[in-house]
Every structure is written in C-alpha cells, then in structure tokens.
Design a protein around this ligand. Structure first.
Ligand SMILES: *[C@@H]1O[C@H](CO)[C@@H](O)[C@H](O)[C@H]1NC(C)=O
Ligand SMILES: *[C@@H]1O[C@H](CO)[C@@H](O)[C@H](O)[C@H]1NC(C)=O
Ligand SMILES: *[C@@H]1O[C@H](CO)[C@@H](O)[C@H](O)[C@H]1NC(C)=O
Ligand SMILES: *[C@@H]1O[C@H](CO)[C@@H](O)[C@H](O)[C@H]1NC(C)=O
Ligand SMILES: *[C@@H]1O[C@H](CO)[C@@H](O)[C@H](O)[C@H]1NC(C)=O
Ligand SMILES: *[C@@H]1O[C@H](CO)[C@@H](O)[C@H](O)[C@H]1NC(C)=O
Ligand SMILES: *[C@@H]1O[C@H](CO)[C@@H](O)[C@H](O)[C@H]1NC(C)=O
Ligand SMILES: *[C@@H]1O[C@H](CO)[C@@H](O)[C@H](O)[C@H]1NC(C)=O
Ligand SMILES: *[C@@H]1O[C@H](CO)[C@@H](O)[C@H](O)[C@H]1NC(C)=O
Length: 488
C-alpha cells in the first residue's frame, strides 16, 4: 500500500487561484470594499525580513508594493481561517482540530461490493477500497478545504507583514495576530500540531490515515515564517510576546512530529519535489523557533543528499522525464508543471541557505547540474497548453542572484507577462530589470488613492507616481489570464 501511495501526484502542487468576491470597480472605491481580484499563490517563497525592514527598495518596485498591500486587504476580507470551520467531515480520529485533506486522485472502487446501488455516499466512503486514477480529480476533495485555508493563511501572513512595512498601518500586524491565534492557538479553533490526516485515502476502516504526500499541504510555512520574522524583527506592537511564545511552542511540537513520525519521514525520503519542499518547510520552522543551527543543518542536508540527484548537467531535472531512473514519476503527466514546481522549492532552499549564511547557489549536483541550468532548461521547454506562469517568479529569483547581463530573463518575462513588475515577487527578487514597464505605465494612472509609495515618497526618483488601488486592479485584471493556471 505504501508503494501505491507514493505514486500519488500532488494536488497542492498545482497553483491555487483565489477568486475573491465582490464586483470589479475601476472607479474610486472605498478601501473596505473587496474587489474582484484574482491572484496567484506562488508555489513557494522565502523573503529575507531584513530586506523588507531596510526599506531600501528600488523605486521600480512601487507597483509591486501596491499589489502586496492590495492582496493583503483582499485576503483579510476572507480570513481568519481555521481547520475547524466549514468542515462537514472530521478526520477518522473524530477530532475537528485535526487537519484533514483527501488524496485528490483516488476514487472508490465498488466493483467487489455487491450492493453498490444501495450504498449511501457515507457507506461508499468507508466500504469501497480506493484506487488511483492518474490526473483525474475526485470532486469529493472539495468538500473539505483545510488545504485552501492554510494556503490563504500563509499568503495573508506574508503579505500583511510586508504591507505593514510598506503602508505603516497597524491594521496589518493586527490581522496577522488574529489569523495566527485562530489557526494555531485559540482553544476553539486551533490545529493539532501534526498531519496525521493529510491526503487521506478513504476506504474501509483502518485505511483512513494520512499519506506522506500530505506533508506538502503545509509548504506555506516558508511564506508564513518570512512574514512572522518581519513582524518579530520589526517589533510590530500587535505581535506580542504571548503570541510569539504560543506559536513557537506549537512549532516545536510540530517539528517533533515532522522529524520523527513515519508519515513525515516518508516525505523526507522522497527524492522528488516532495522531498525538496519537506526540507524548506522544516528549515523555515527551525528558523521560526530560533534554531538557526538546526535550520542550517537541514538546508545543508538537502543540498548534500537529495539535491545531488535532482538536476542533470543539461539542466533537465531527473524525475520528470527520465522515467526509468525515477519510476515514481511515471504517472506525472505534466513535466512543465513539475519542473517549475520543484524549481521553486530548490530556489527557496537556496534563499533560506543565503539567509543563514550558507551559499548554495553555485552548488553542483553529482552530474554537474545547477539551479541556474535547471531554470534555463525549464524556460526553454514547451509550456503546457494551460499557459502556466509558474516559472516566472523563478526567473526573477535566479536573475536577481546571477544578474541578467544579456537581458535574457527580462526579455523572457516581458514577452510572457509584460506587467511582471506589478507582481509581488518583483518586490523581493531585486535587483531586476523592469523592462521599462513601470516608467511606461505608472504615470498613466489617474487615481489619487494612496498606499504603496514605500520609503520613496509620493514621487519616486524614476518618475513613478503612486498608483491607485483600483487602477492597479484593472491592470492586474488585464494580465490575470496569464496567471490562471488551474481552476479546479
Ligand atoms: C466533529 O466533531 C465535533 C466535536 O466532537 C462535533 O461537534 C461535530 O459535529 C463533528 N462533525 C461531524 C461532521 O461529525
Ligand atoms: C451494503 O453493504 C454494506 C457493506 O457491506 C452494508 O453496510 C450495508 O448495510 C449493505 N446495504 C444493504 C441495503 O444491504
Ligand atoms: C478553499 O479555500 C480558499 C481560501 O479560503 C478559497 O479561496 C477557495 O475558494 C476554497 N475552495 C473551495 C472549493 O471551497
Ligand atoms: C528512508 O530511507 C532510508 C534509506 O533508504 C530507509 O532506511 C528508511 O527506512 C526510510 N524511512 C522511511 C520512513 O521510509
Ligand atoms: C551556516 O553554515 C555556514 C557554512 O557552514 C556558516 O558559514 C554559517 O555561519 C552558518 N550559519 C548559522 C546561522 O549557523
Ligand atoms: C557563484 O557564481 C556566480 C556566477 O558565476 C559568481 O558571480 C559568484 O561569485 C559565485 N558565488 C560564489 C559564492 O561562489
Ligand atoms: C533599480 O532598478 C533598475 C532596473 O533594474 C536599475 O537600473 C537601477 O540601477 C536600480 N536602482 C538601484 C538604486 O538599485
Ligand atoms: C502610457 O503612456 C505612454 C506615453 O503616453 C504611452 O506610450 C503608453 O502606451 C501608455 N501605456 C498605457 C498602458 O496606456
Ligand atoms: C495606508 O493605507 C491606508 C488605507 O488605504 C491609506 O489611507 C494610507 O494613506 C496608507 N498609508 C501609506 C503610508 O501609504
């Protein structure tokens, strides 16, 4: 059963597109009215808190700053989130505080259950064995949405923390405090610190436990920790020592689970993207609990073991295509997605390493591959018909480290997502060319809404005036087609 479980392609590997309620209004609007803004939840991200707190930002990031504030506002209109709310099912433990998700590609096989037609849904879920159907989503999985809730929480914590530094309003850290207390600490709504019921494969009693693949559901810990460090190091008043202590205690218990349970160790053993994400989830949490030595060891273990067999000298990643060498990937039908997806995790691991003073960017794999080469290979590959924008933020990350002397990455971005400088990632992957987009477009906006000027004041040195929230929403709506990957 364990071998079969490992074949599971990963739902959380697909970028979530959050569709927020409210009507699109490009005229002046009140700040409290959420607009119809879709946005991309990046696969993975690590932001150095000192970069954010320094306020030493390039003026070209003014539009990205505005997007960050707007996304924070929109997310706040949706939260706070908890594993206990909107939960028509409890885990088989019966405890609503247990995080629950179902393995997305698994379906009941009732062929050996003779009275199928008489079975209710509830009987089917616990009577028929479940089997994997590659690439087909079981719609049942949407009945429980702890996964979407945590993803939203991790984005909210990241964007609110940055919005606080950008905008200065105490609202943003106050929102984070409420969101963290609700998810992790309050008696009524807290999550138990384990993933014993993540990506559960349903079926007869005895089989309703989590799969190791479900550990990936909390990959947002890298984003969440980045946000918390901004509030902690920036001494946000709403980030009290009580909340900090409570979250650290939760994280310490969860780290214990993440480093000792069979489920978590199965994930740590995964040679593909699951392993890559495991390491940055763990390293982030170790940083969160101030165990920098442990985090350093975690990142270095990733680069000295798993990473060594992930990239070929050509830049191709071993798992997505070399199926003979990597049979667990044989069911993977989207190599473009999985290349980009693992790349995001490798980059996050390198960025966490840099935060800790360990330079992983130039490390080669056993066969001479590098992250840089893996990006170039991923960008050159034929995209999925879905028009995935996944590798764009990775292009920004790599260009910000290695430079872009030939303008190759800027040209790629300008061609595929001309408005890329409005993406939040453009704010934290610097220096990076804006291909003239900021200068060409910001002055055209007419709104006088404030926010997003950052430290540069109302008029930036390159002539970029502040842009209004709603004007920006219109701009964002224009490019959202390229961001939408999967609406599942
Ligand atoms: C989940 O457990 C809680 C606490 O025992 C209970 O109140 C709730 O009704 C349960 N939910 C379902 C769907 O059974
Ligand atoms: C059908 O089979 C299930 C499982 O064996 C049993 O629980 C259920 O009572 C049966 N239903 C009918 C109508 O016989
Ligand atoms: C799951 O939760 C997220 C975050 O709240 C939400 O955006 C999404 O629409 C939800 N999905 C479903 C199917 O309910
Ligand atoms: C992880 O891999 C090691 C080495 O192959 C193996 O000894 C160990 O049993 C594995 N652990 C789990 C939990 O799968
Ligand atoms: C992490 O490891 C690197 C390389 O060994 C070392 O230079 C750095 O000081 C370490 N950082 C921390 C926080 O321990
Ligand atoms: C990594 O490689 C880049 C590009 O060759 C180089 O500029 C940089 O100095 C290297 N960094 C380290 C730490 O070796
Ligand atoms: C800001 O970014 C632009 C475009 O990459 C670059 O030309 C300029 O030197 C940067 N300015 C600073 C102060 O880093
Ligand atoms: C912004 O204004 C410049 C100069 O008038 C013009 O060339 C450019 O096309 C405008 N951009 C948009 C998006 O309207
Ligand atoms: C922060 O946002 C609020 C609400 O939109 C706005 O009134 C205020 O001027 C902004 N502050 C800054 C410094 O941008």
């Amino acid at each position: 059963m364990r071998a079969t479980t490992a074949l599971l392609p990963l739902l959380s590997g697909l970028p979530a597109v959050l569709s927020l309620s409210g009507s699109l209004d490009t005229r002046a609007s009140t700040a409290s009215q959420p607009m119809n803004l879709q946005f991309n939840s990046y696969d993975n991200a690590w932001v150095d808190p000192q970069y954010v707190l320094s306020k030493n930002w390039n003026d070209t990031t003014v539009v990205a700053q505005q997007t960050i504030v707007e996304w924070a506002d929109n997310l706040n209109a949706q939260g706070p989130w908890s594993v206990t709310t909107s939960k028509p099912f409890n885990a088989s433990s019966g405890d609503p505080h247990d995080y629950l998700s179902w393995a997305p590609y698994w379906f009941p096989d009732c062929s050996n259950v003779h009275n199928t037609t008489a079975l209710t849904d509830e009987q089917i879920w616990v009577t028929c064995p479940y089997v994997s159907k590659d690439g087909q989503f079981n719609p049942d999985r949407l009945l429980v949405n702890n996964t979407g809730a945590f993803d939203a929480l991790s984005n909210a914590v990241l964007y609110n923390s940055m919005a606080w530094v950008i905008n200065g309003s105490s609202t943003y850290p106050e929102q984070v405090a409420t969101q963290i207390k609700t998810w992790f600490l309050d008696d009524a709504t807290r999550m138990n610190p384990n993933l014993n019921y993540a990506q559960v494969i349903r079926g007869p009693p005895g089989s309703q436990f989590g799969s190791h693949t479900g550990v990936l559901d909390l990959k947002g810990m890298a984003k969440l920790t980045s946000g918390i460090l901004i509030l902690r190091q920036g001494k946000a008043p709403a980030w009290t020592s009580d909340i900090d202590t409570g979250l650290v205690a939760w994280a310490n218990t969860y780290i214990q689970w993440l480093t000792t349970s069979d489920i978590a160790l199965g994930e740590a053993n995964s040679t593909n993207n699951h392993g890559s994400y495991y390491y940055n989830q763990l390293a982030s949490l170790q940083i969160l609990v101030n165990d920098l030595t442990g985090a350093n060891a975690t990142v270095q273990k990733y680069f000295s073991t798993l990473y060594q067999n992930q990239i070929l000298a050509s830049g191709e990643q071993v798992c997505p295509l070399l199926r003979a060498a990597c049979p667990l990937e044989a069911v993977r039908t989207r190599p473009y997605h999985y290349r980009s997806y693992n790349l995001a995790a490798m980059i996050t691991n390198a960025r966490i390493g840099a935060y800790l003073g360990f330079d992983a960017w130039n490390l080669t794999t056993a066969t001479g591959g590098t992250i840089h080469a893996a990006l170039d290979f991923a960008l050159a590959a034929k995209p999925d018909p879905d028009g995935l924008s996944e590798p764009y933020q990775s292009a920004g990350a790599v260009a910000s480290v290695y430079g872009d002397a030939q303008g190759k990455y800027a040209a790629f971005l300008a061609q595929n997502e001309p408005a890329y400088p409005k993406e939040p990632w453009f704010f934290w992957y610097q220096p990076l060319s804006d291909s003239g987009w900021v200068r060409a477009n910001v002055g055209n906006t007419t709104s006088t809404s404030s926010g997003g000027g950052g430290s540069s004041g109302t008029q930036s040195k390159n002539g970029a005036a502040r842009v209004g929230v709603c004007t920006l929403a219109a701009v964002a709506a224009g490019v959202v087609g390229s961001l939408v990957a999967f609406l599942v």
